[in-house]
Write a protein that binds this ligand. Sequence first.
Ligand code: KIV
Length: 262
Amino acid sequence: MNNISRFQKLKNENKKISVVTCYDYWSAKILADTNIDAILVGDSAAMVMHGYETTVNADIEMMVLHVNAVKKGASNKILIADMPFLAHRKGITQLVEAADRLIKAGANAIKIEGAKGNLDSIKYLVESGIPVMGHLGLTPQSVNQVGGFKVQGKENGSAERIIADAESLQDAGCFSLVLELVPSQLAKDVTGKLKIPTIGIGAGKHTSGQVLVLQDLLGMDDKFQPKFLRKYLDGFSVIKEAVNNYDTDVKQKLFPNEEESY
Ligand code: KIV
C-alpha cells in the first residue's frame, strides 16, 4: 500500500512506522530499495544540504527541487514534503500555490509545523484533497522564538498545550503528527489520546513511528551527537577513508590500472 492510508493501517495493526528524510536523487534510489515506510523531504534540507544554520532559509523553490529529485529516485515510497517557512502564512492563494507546486513535484502529502493559526489552512488543504501531517513539540521554523533546539513541553502548561494542539490538528484533518524533542511521557500521552499515528524524533519509544534525518543516522556529521540520535554507520569516517584511499592510489599511480583503462 503506497499511500498515506498505510500510516493509519500500521497504527491500527500496532506496527511501528519508519520514516527517514531524503533530499536528493541518489540517496532516494537507495531508500527505494529499503523497507522504510515513507520519506520526508524535510526543510532540514536547508541545513543538511545547503549549510544554513536553521530551516528558515528553505523556500518553496528549494523544496520543489528536492521533492522532484527524490520522487525520481523513490517513486515507490510515500513522499511527504515540508511546507517551508511562512509559505503557508501569506494568504490562501499563496498557500494553495505552494501546496500545488509540492504535490506536482511529487509529494503525496505535506507537513506543516505548528497548530496555532494554521488550522484553517490545514482544513482547506485537506478538503482540497491534500493529506497534511502536523508537527508539534520543537518546531524548528520557530527557532528564533523558542531560542534554540531544545526539549519542549517541560515548562508549566506547555505539555497541556501540546496535547490540546495535537487534538486540534487531528480535528483539522491531519493524517499523522510529528512530535519533535518532547519528553517520552508526553509523547506517550499524546499518542494515547489520538486516533492518528504520531511519528517521533527525540520523543522516546511510545510514538507510533520514528523519523530521523538520513545523514544523521548514517553518521555523516562526526560532531553532531544529540542524545536521541542512534548512528547506524560512521559515514563520516567511511567516506573520508574511501576518498583518501582514492587519493593515495592516484598519487601512487595505482589508479587506474590496465583493466580500468581503454
Ligand atoms: O525537516 C525535517 O527534517 C523534519 C524532521 C526532523 C521531522 O521536520
